[in-house]
Design a protein around this ligand. Sequence first.
Ligand code: NAI
Ligand code: 15L
Length: 287
Amino acid sequence: MTDSNLGRAAAKKPFRRLLLTGAAGNLGKQVRGALADWADIVRVSDIAPLGEVASHEEAAIVDLADAGAVHALLEGVDAVVHLGGISVEAPFEDLLEANIRGLYNLYSSAHKQGVKRIVYASSNHAVGFHPVTSVVDIDAPLRPDGLYGVTKCFGEALSRYYFDRFGLETVCLRIGSSFEQPKSARMLVTYLSYRDLIELVRCSLFTNRVGHAIVYGVSNNRVSWVDNTKAAFLGFRPQDSSEPFEHLFAASAPDTRFDDPTQQYQGGPFVLAGPMEPQRNAAGEGQ
Ligand code: NAI
Ligand code: 15L
């Protein structure tokens, strides 16, 4: 064994096995690499292809709506980073399978398999119908801005129940807009850099005794609609800001917000996106 191998073998990682759902998605691809530093084995899962599988990884193609498959997926897992599911407004039947049934399957199996903690990707759309003139803290009333947001409220309530009933801990991340860079003037306010996202996941996995917690996932942007004071115990201190991107949208931000719901409410375009009708095939039958 070389010196560097000896060093690696000696460094014990905090987790034996972490599960990442939604590993093929936008955020899953970002978080996947970071988990390697924190667990001996990273089980990566999605309904979509997972790409190349590293030696420390176990790959599982699983539909969250499949209860039996999800039960097997949770076997031997210490903690979960749950990013899987539908991530935008969609017809109710689709949301029902991925985000409602899928989440129930995850929590039910996690409890039965003895999982200790879940980091759950909630969304700003759980509270998207609060006006942009207000600042919401983690106790602000839920005001989902579409059926997608309603499923995130379900996830926050389900995880609360599993903590109160069984002590299964969850940190609900009300993520703003996590992309390579903001895509609109609104996202200058809701932007969460990938680096800050990974730090938020790290804080959520490693803080002792989180119980059931909610935290907003936004970077240190100049304007903010959220207040994380009550989640300070997580120790999340964002390093990045949307400031370097402000010049991209300055010209396209006329102050029309009070005539237009997509400008008036924190959820932006999501507030008018739902409810969506089921997809129809050529014969006009619901799918
Ligand atoms: P994404 O849509 O890129 O990734 C979601 C992944 O979940 C996809 O790879 C998809 O194949 C998988 N998935 C969908 N249905 C599934 C099912 N039935 N079974 C198994 N896997 C399924 O979304 P993104 O951006 O990576 O977001 C990750 C999570 O974070 C989502 O839960 C989303 O709602 C949440 N979120 C993301 C925000 C963002 O700005 N990216 C903002 C707020 C919340
Ligand atoms: C979300 O919840 C979505 O998953 C993401 O695609 C973004 O649109 C984000 O919110 C947002 O509010 O910008």
